[in-house]
Write a new protein. Sequence first.
Lengths: 282, 267
Amino acid sequence: MAEGQRRDFYAWFWRAPLLVWQLLFFVVPLAFMFVMSFWLVKNYRMTPAFAFDNWAKMLGWNIFWSSYAYTMALAVAATILASVLAFPAAYGLAFRVTDTTRRWALFFLIIPFFTSYLVRVYAWQVVLAGNGVISAMLGWVGLGPISLLNTPIGTLVGYLTLSFPLVVILQTISLASIDKTLIEAAHNMGCSPLRTVFSVIIPAAKVGLIVAGLFCFILSFGDFVSPYYLGGSKPPTLSIMIVDSTKSGQQWPRAAVIAVVMILSLLAIAFTAVKFAYRRRG
Amino acid sequence: MNTEKATSWALYIYIAIAFAFIFTPIIWSFIFSFNSDRFPSLPLGSFSLKWYQTILSRPEVLEAAWTSLVVAACSSLLSTFIGFCTAYTDYRYSFLGKQAYLALAMLPPTIPLIIMALAMLSWLAQIGLSGQVVSIIIAHTVLGAPFAMAVIRLRLNDMDPNLEAASWNLGASEWRAMREVVVPFAMPSIIAALCLTAAVSFDEFAVAWFVSGLNKTIPVVILEILQGNVDPQINAIGTFVFVISITLIVVAQVLMLSKGKKEETAQ
C-alpha cells in the first residue's frame, strides 16, 4: 500500500505542473473572459453582472459585422494565397533537392520566427510606402509612384510575412513524408507529372496541407499589427477592435464579446477543416 | 527528361523568389539600421551608427532590455520544467483522460495572441497580478510550455523504455532513475527547450503589451516606437534582438544535432 502511494505520488509529481499552471493561467483566464463579457461598465469601472447589454450592443452594431466580414475575407484570402504560393516551393523542397539542402532550407525558414515581427512590418512600411523602395523601382520602369501602404494589399503582405514561412515548412514536411512508391507507381502507369500532383500527391498530403492552411488562417485572423500598420485600419479588423476597446476605451467586456465571437468562429472553422481533412474520398 | 530538368530549375527559381520575399524585410531592416536617413528611401543615405547611439543613450531602452532578460530567463525555466514534466508523463504513462491532458498541453499556440492578451489581462487584474514583471513571466510560461514539451518529447522518443526499467531492476528508486538516467538522456533537449522558450519570450509583444503595465519589454518598446514617432532606431533595436534570438536558436539547433550524431556513430 505504501509502495503504491509512493508510486502515485511520483506519477502525480510529473502530471501536476501542467494541470495546475494551464488551468490557472490558461483555461481559467479564457473562461473568465467569457464571464466578463456579461459584466457591465459603470463610471469606467467594471461591475459583476449577468447582463446581455454588451452582446446586444456589439451584435446589433453594423460596424462590428462589416469588420467581421472584412477580417474573415482578408484571413481567407491570406490562407488561399499562402497555400497556393507555398505549394510549388514545398514541392521543390520535398522532391527536387537533397536531404541536406532540405534541412538547411527548413532551418532558414525558421529564422523569421525569431526576428521581431514588428520590425519586419516596419521594414515593409518603408518598402511599400509612396516614397519607398518598391515605388522607386517601379519608377525606374516608368510606373508609379504607387503606395501600397494603407491598402488591403499592405495587410495581406503583412499576413504573409507572418504565416508564409510556417506554411512552407508544414507543406514541405507533409509532402516529404508521402510514400514515394505511390508516386513511382503513378509514373509507371503513365500518369503525367501534373496529374500526379493533383490526383496522387495532393490527396496523399491532404491532412498536412489543410493543417498548414489552418495555421495561416489562425495567425492572420488574430493579427492586429499588419491591418493597423500596413492596412491603415480602414476598416478596423476584429483584433484592432479588441485593442482599441481594451486600451483606450476601457471597455473590457465589449472586447471580451469580440474575443468570444472570434474563438467561436475559429472553432467552427478548425472543426470543419479537420472534418474535411479526414473525410474519406468517396 | 529535358522537361524534368526544366521543371526542376523553374522550381529552384521559384524557391529563390519565395525566400527573397521572406528575407526582404529582414535584410532591409538590417540595412536601414545603418542608414543615416530619418525616412529611408532609395537611393540610400550614408553609412551611420547614429541609430545605435540613439538607443544606447535612452535609459528606458536599456531598462526594457533588462526586463526582457529577466522575463525570458524566468519564463524559459518555468516553461521548460512544465514541458519536461508533461513530456515525461506522456512518454511514461497512459491513463484515463490522457487525450484531454495532451490537448490541454498543446492548445495555447492555437489561440490568437491578442485573445490570450485580453484573457490574461482581465484574469490577472482580477487576482491582483497585472501590471508587474511577474505578470509577463506567468503569461510567457503558458505560451512557451507547449514548445518545450514538443522538443523534449521528441528526444524522449529516442530513449529505450527498457533503460529506465533496467535501472529499477538494479535497485534504483524511480527518483534516482529519473536523476541518473532520464534527465541526463534528455539534457540536450532540455537546454534546447530553454533556448527556444527564451527566444519565444524575447519576441512576444501582444500579451506583454497588455499585461506589463509600466514594465516594458523590448518588443513593447518597439511597438510604442511604431505607434509614435517612427524612426530607424527601431531597426537598430531589431538587429540587437535578432542577434540574441538567432544565437539562442543556433545553440539549440547545434545541441540537438551534435548529440544526435554522436549517438549515431556510437551505434
